[in-house]
Design a protein around this ligand. Structure first.
Ligand SMILES: [Zn+2]
Length: 674
């Protein structure tokens, strides 16, 4: 639409009829219903409309009543619409400017009006014919046309975003045929059950899917399936109505255009119930899309993340760009899942993982969670892991990479030889492989090697499970490795209790002889050392208090000079002379003066005083905290407000103390001057 041509269209000034109608419009009082019923003055018409169509363009002119009664014939708005071109623009005569805004935004008075619009005879018909949207008021016809254009524009923008997303999604291959088989067999391999018939020698193993014999299992006990030898949880056949396990699972796939890889993460759940004899209930088991992580060919960089969900709150569920949740802590959907491993050998060709048998790693660690994109990064960034995996140290390689931190400190990456990187002796490698050593176990072994202790694989497993590397190292400094293990196991002692006991021995400086380290009655020995330690600590505390009391006594002469011997008939000020005075005041007056105030006074931060009735000078009455001459707190029993007489006295007292302090300072100044 050419603006010059629009302005050349027939002018539509207000007609005589409109001006007269507006002038005669006296309005009326109308009862309105809202939050509260009320009566208000309403004109017959607030807004007036004219329209014309010329050369395929509709021009609508809109006038306000307030304008017309002043005799102003200029329209308030002139709206030009080209329906074929799906365009509109508005001329605002009073401001001499164009606007692309919709009528509902330009006309701010509109929302409050309840009066009918005045429309020139024939104008409504003309507008409706032109805009082809049924029989409605001119204003509504324009508004509807304009918003439909806006919606169409939004839909076009949405479509182009969806097209861009789908272009990437189309590059992701279909799921492999054995996907579901993998879910049931591998993804959940750590959540398998041996469900036994109570009182019978029959059981069903969900890991191998076979009927087998029951091995005296207890409900919820971890057992080994006699058939497939997998670790499974024993469950009594009738003790649960159903079993549901959930897991996030994922698959890595090469994009069809070869530009990278896609990790798709799905949520999943597996249901079992006795109706299907605890086999997977396929009608209720499901998996659903959660997120997609597009990874570069180098396996290190995540290019883009998509989330499956409600597209821009339109109710359409589909792949969306990662939603910006505006939270500092949220950095997008997690890539943590159990990864499908059967395609990895093929996938790693041509990537930095070319020589690394990662499929072996994932197969051995089947059913375990890892942050897959981070783990791939760690694997790609550390080619040294190839030797670790090829040597068969799967659990270790897994522990080091599962959170994706290539700067792991357990291993020395600068070493060429595997044993040197693991910081252990060469001859320990076969044992590490045999036991498929974990990171925690390796750390325990490393500590032992430092102390020149030769651990067996059983000892490594036990110590790392019970105590972990740091505490194990501490224990070994006291006693014999195997003897200690046997002792703790036989006596059924909790690890933390034994450590406690060792710490007490150290603090008490008791020589750790055999009898001390492995007492016949551990609980009794532990209680004895605890008691001794308590006594020792109490004695120490007493000594400290005694020393502090001495310091307070040294401070008293000056404090007495400033704070005591005031002339009051009724009240008496008392200074505490030792820690016990604080405690007693706290007990009797039910406040916390027995806590930190003693130390506060010693530091000179405040002065604590006890206000007493002269008639009963030994009985607690008010507890006072002063800072110089300022009264910081004055509390009666249970921290209550003191009586008015006390407050009056305290004001007087404060002034008295201030005078004494000033006098003392003057005295000091004079002395210094002399
Ligand atoms: Zn089995």
């Amino acid at each position: 639409m050419i603006r010059k041509k629009l302005l050349a269209m027939p002018a539509l000034p207000a007609t005589q009829q409109m001006i007269e109608t507006a002038a005669q419009d006296r309005g009326s009082y109308k009862k309105l219903y809202g939050w509260q019923n009320y009566t208000t003055h309403v004109y017959d018409h607030d807004w007036y409309f004219r329209a014309v169509v010329q050369d395929g363009i509709l021009k609508v002119a809109m006038y306000s009543r307030s304008q017309l009664v002043l005799g102003d014939t200029d329209p308030k708005l002139e709206i030009y619409i080209n329906r074929k071109e799906e365009k509109y623009i508005t001329w605002i005569p009073s401001e001499k400017r164009w606007s692309k805004a919709r009528i509902s935004y330009l006309d701010d008075k509109r929302w409050s009006t309840i009066a009918d619009d005045w429309e020139e005879p024939g104008a409504r018909q003309m507008v409706n014919d032109y805009l082809q949207n049924g029989e409605i008021r001119i204003y509504n016809a324009v508004d509807r046309f304009q918003s439909s254009l806006k919606n169409a524009k939004l839909a076009r923008a949405h479509q182009s975003e969806k097209d861009r997303i789908d272009a990437v999604m189309d590059l992701v291959p279909d799921l492999p045929k054995d996907w579901e088989d993998w879910i049931y067999k591998s993804a959940y391999s750590r959540d398998m059950y041996l469900i036994y018939h109570p009182g019978e020698d029959r059981a069903y193993c969900t890991a191998c899917g076979k009927e087998t014999t029951r091995k005296n299992a207890r409900h919820r006990e971890k057992v080994t399936c006699p058939n497939c030898h997998k670790r499974v949880t024993a469950l009594s056949w009738n003790k649960q109505k159903s079993l549901t396990d959930t897991k996030d699972i994922g698959i890595l796939q090469k994009l069809k255009d070869g530009s990278g890889y896609c990790l798709t993460v799905y949520g999943s759940k597996i249901c079992r119930n006795p109706k299907t004899d605890w086999k997977v209930d396929t009608t209720n088991s499901r998996w659903w899309k959660k997120s997609r992580h597009i990874i570069n060919s180098d396996m290190k960089y995540v290019r883009k993340v998509y989330e499956y969900g409600d597209f821009k709150n339109t109710g359409e569920y589909r792949w969306c760009n990662q939603v910006q949740h505006g939270s500092y802590y949220y950095d997008g959907p997690s890539s943590e899942c159990v990864l499908y491993h059967r395609n990895l050998k093929r996938l790693r060709k041509g990537t930095p993982l070319n020589y690394m048998p990662v499929e072996e790693l994932f197969r051995h660690c089947e059913g375990w969670y890892s942050h897959v994109t981070d783990q791939l990064y760690a694997l790609a960034a550390r080619p040294e892991l190839e030797y670790m995996i090829k040597a068969g140290l799967y659990s270790l390689a897994w522990d080091i990479t599962r959170r994706g931190c290539p700067g792991n400190e357990t291993v020395d990456w600068n070493q060429k030889k595997l044993w040197n990187s693991l910081r252990i002796r060469k001859d320990r490698i076969p044992m590490c492989v045999r036991m498929d050593i974990t990171e925690r176990q390796l750390k325990t072994l490393q500590k032992a090697e430092k102390l020149n202790i030769n651990l067996t694989s059983g000892q490594i497993a036990w110590y790392s499970r019970e105590f972990g590397p740091e505490i194990s190292q501490e224990i070994w400094q006291y006693g014999h490795v195997e003897k200690t293990k046997a002792y703790i196991e036989n006596k059924n002692i909790r690890g933390v209790d034994y450590i406690d006991y060792l710490h007490e021995l150290k603090k008490l400086r008791i020589r750790p002889t055999e009898d001390v380290l492995y007492p016949r009655d551990f609980q009794a020995a532990h209680e004895r050392t605890s008691q001794q330690l308590r006594e020792k600590e109490e004695a120490l505390e007493k000594k400290k208090v005694k020393e502090k009391d001495r310091i307070l006594k040294g401070m008293l002469p000056e404090l007495e000079e400033l704070y005591l011997n005031t002339k009051a008939d009724e009240y008496l000020m008392v200074l505490p002379t030792c820690k016990e005075d604080f405690n007693r005041e706290g007990r009797e007056n039910h406040n916390c003066v027995g806590g930190s105030y003693f130390d506060k006074m010693l530091r000179g931060d405040s002065v604590i005083l006890f206000l007493r009735n002269r008639e009963d000078p030994d009985k607690a009455f008010c507890t006072v905290e002063m800072d110089g001459s300022k009264v910081k707190q004055c509390r009666a029993i249970r921290n209550s407000e003191p009586p008015q007489e006390v407050k009056t006295f305290m004001e007087k007292y404060s002034r008295e103390v201030a005078r004494r302090i000033m006098k003392k300072q003057e005295h000091v100044r004079i002395n210094v001057a002399i």
